[in-house]
Design a protein around this ligand. Structure first.
Ligand code: GUN
Length: 294
């Protein structure tokens, strides 16, 4: 059965919009997300545009600062510092990747942890690892909610994560092993050097795939009844007006016959990632306002 991220994202979007209506009805300003976009990368522009549209749908304010790829690192860091100090902005994201002359690590660590709604700052990753309250980065957050709101039991299950990226695989492996719900799973994190990968996949009750390799997981790698979460979203050239189709890391047509639940691509994890960002921005807003009321 499909785990429908589009449908769930619409439900949560309405919940957020209701909360914003209540806030605004009390005479307060709405939450405000700022995004910085450097250069002309097509996919990044689309992602930022989608984030802006999502903000508008729930009643958030949003602002995008666009810079030429030639901006210096110091200029960019100063822009971030100025947003850090702006009390009218709750969350800030700098869309990645950045041009080669700019250190992503410096950028990530210049964003104030309180406004780091991407959850990429070391402080927030540290809190996530220790099970403390923090901003969970958008994609893992979206996956947790897909599992939770569909009533999928994770406790005591074997969860296999394919891919150890800082944005998805590694945080996902930590979250699934934490003491909580979803969580309390026994986790195996597989990567490019893993031997006998297929054996690990076949022993997974929950298989989370974040490799960026279209159709990598095939039906013969999946245990009957497993829950399969496909994070992949790769543009593959195709003979259609767009010139491409979006492909997941899982061979959907084959694996859906074996899995109990599977996320389709598109319409599975993708729509949930923006929801996580909106929820983090609302959380940042609430924490900001709590502090200024004290
Ligand atoms: N590039 C790809 N995914 C992301 C994301 O979640 N946040 C940011 N800032 N950049 C990205």
């Amino acid at each position: 059965m499909d785990l429908n991220g589009k449908e769930l994202s619409n439900i949560i979007q309405e919940e957020i919009a209701e909360e914003v209506k209540t806030i605004v009805a009390q005479g307060k300003r709405p939450p405000h997300l700022a995004a910085i976009l450097v250069g002309e990368d097509g996919a990044s522009r689309t992602y930022v545009k989608n984030k802006e549209n999502a903000c508008a749908k729930v009643g958030f304010e949003s602002s995008i600062k666009r810079f030429d790829a030639s901006i210096s690192e110091e200029e960019l860091l100063n822009e971030i510092r100025s947003i850090n100090e702006n009390p009218g902005i709750d969350g800030l994201i700098v869309q990645l990747p950045l041009p080669g002359h700019i250190s992503e690590s410096k950028v990530t660590h210049t964003i104030s942890p309180e406004k780091d709604v991407d959850g990429f700052h070391d402080v927030n990753i540290g809190k996530l690892t220790k099970g403390e309250d923090t901003y969970i980065s958008a994609t893992p957050f979206g996956i947790l909610q897909l599992l939770e709101r569909n009533g999928i039991e994770t406790q005591g299950k074997h969860c296999v994560v394919l891919g150890r990226s800082n944005i998805v695989g590694r945080p996902m492996s930590i979250l699934m092993s934490r003491n909580g719900n979803p969580g309390n799973a026994t986790v195996t994190l597989c990567h490019s050097r893993t031997k006998d990968l297929k054996d690990f996949c076949l022993s997974a009750d929950i298989l989370i795939v974040a490799l960026g390799r279209p159709d990598f997981v095939t039906a013969d790698m999946v245990k009957k009844g497993a829950v399969v979460i496909d994070v992949g979203i790769t543009r593959v050239d195709a003979d259609n007006p767009k010139g491409y189709v979006l492909k997941g890391d899982v061979h959907y047509e084959g694996v859906k016959e074996v899995a109990s639940y599977i996320t389709p691509v598109p319409g599975g994890v993708g729509p949930m990632t923006i929801i996580g960002l909106l929820q983090n921005t609302l959380k940042a807003y609430n924490q900001n306002n709590l502090q200024s009321e004290q």
